[in-house]
Design a protein around this ligand. Structure first.
Ligand code: ATP
Ligand code: MG
Length: 328
């Protein structure tokens, strides 16, 4: 079956003040089939948000896709017109952004903002849109949906705002929801409730889900397959059971240990940033080698490819490559 969304060997770069361009993502691959739930896990700065934004054609203006392929709902995203992308956003894919603070307009009512997507994508009249807003707000578990619709964002709690944003993302009945760290700003109980709601919505709407998080434990409970990113590339991709039972990449094993001990990882932003200034994303070595307890000589000489090690299980690591050492 063809994937509903597929991102293949994606590379993204930004211009630097000195005129050179800085590659911040290079080697991200993942896919989501219709109705499937896939998790994208990685430390801060590993490229999760940029990869998701590129997939829906919404990179920050100065960012450029400089390599790879993206297909969404049968369309080539990198070749599609802005008009095509506009119709795909909302209708094919709903996006719940990581920046919850700025995602709602403070001077517009919640109802107006949820209804905007319905009017835009479904061509509903004002009245029909109003009815749809109330239905959506109650579908995402907001009590007194009429009152919520008339409220301004600051009159709602963080959890309520997140539910309202979810209603907006679902307003045009997308087949896939991309949720970028949907619960990281919420307390534990509110977080658990929102995750429960996402699971319910998935079942009821047969909704595909791309769940982005730094928390592997959380993701593993919600999805069928997991993609692990490190320093701008996919390092492992596997069904949840296989990933938990047989994590192949040393970085995945570190993430799992951290999830068991409840430790927060330090994030790659520091390491990645430092490394990148030294050209880490371009150097011909494994990007994880400087942190890897199992690094071998070859890891410093060549960059491993993402290779299959089992059914739907791929890893970017020389420990698992059967081939001869590549030439540096
Ligand atoms: N507008 C930008 N200009 C330049 N570099 C950027 C920009 N946005 C992101 N980056 C860089 O790209 C890398 C990946 O960023 P991204 O936001 O995708 O990370 P992330 O995995 O989503 O992290 P987090 O978990 O903190 O949300 C980071 O190192 C970041 O500094
Ligand atoms: Mg992010």
């Amino acid at each position: 079956m063809q994937a509903f969304l597929s991102v293949d060997d994606l590379a993204i770069a930004f211009p630097r003040p000195d005129g050179e361009r800085e590659t911040v993502v290079d080697g991200v691959s993942f896919s989501v089939s219709e109705g499937e739930a896939v998790g994208v896990v990685g430390e801060s700065g590993s490229g999760k948000t940029l990869s998701a934004l590129a997939a829906i054609g919404l990179l920050p203006v100065s960012g450029r896709v400089v390599g790879g392929r993206i297909r969404l709902a049968g369309q080539d995203v990198l070749a599609a017109s802005e008009e095509t992308m506009c119709s795909l956003r909302g209708r094919a894919v709903g996006y719940l952004s990581q920046e919850t603070g700025g995602a709602l307009n403070p001077v517009r009512t919640v109802g107006f903002q949820v209804g905007e997507a319905a009017r835009l994508h479904l061509g509903l009249t004002r009245r029909a849109a109003q009815e749809r807003v109330v239905a959506l707000l109650s579908e995402v578990g907001l009590e007194e949906p009429l009152r919520v619709a008339r409220s301004y964002p600051h009159q709602l709690s963080g959890g309520q705002r997140q539910r309202a944003l979810l209603a907006a993302a679902l307003a045009a009945d997308p087949q896939l929801l991309i949720a970028d760290e949907p619960t990281s700003a919420l307390d534990t109980i509110t977080q658990a409730r929102l995750l429960g709601l996402l699971a319910e919505l998935r079942a009821r709407r047969k909704l595909g889900l791309l769940l982005i998080s730094h928390d592997l434990g959380l993701v593993a409970r919600m999805v069928e397959r997991v993609v692990v990113l490190h320093a701008g590339e996919t390092v492992e991709e596997a069904p949840v059971a296989a990933l938990l039972a047989k994590p192949a990449h040393p970085f995945t094993r570190q993430l799992l240990t951290a999830a068991h001990t409840g430790e927060e990882s330090g994030g790659t932003r520091g390491w990645g940033g430092e490394g990148r200034r030294g050209g880490a994303l371009e150097w011909g070595a494994c990007r994880f080698a400087p942190r890897c307890p199992e690094a071998m000589a070859v890891c410093w000489r060549a960059r491993p490819a993402l290779e299959a090690v089992g059914a739907q299980h791929a890893v970017r690591c020389f420990l698992h490559h059967s081939a001869e050492e590549p030439h540096a």
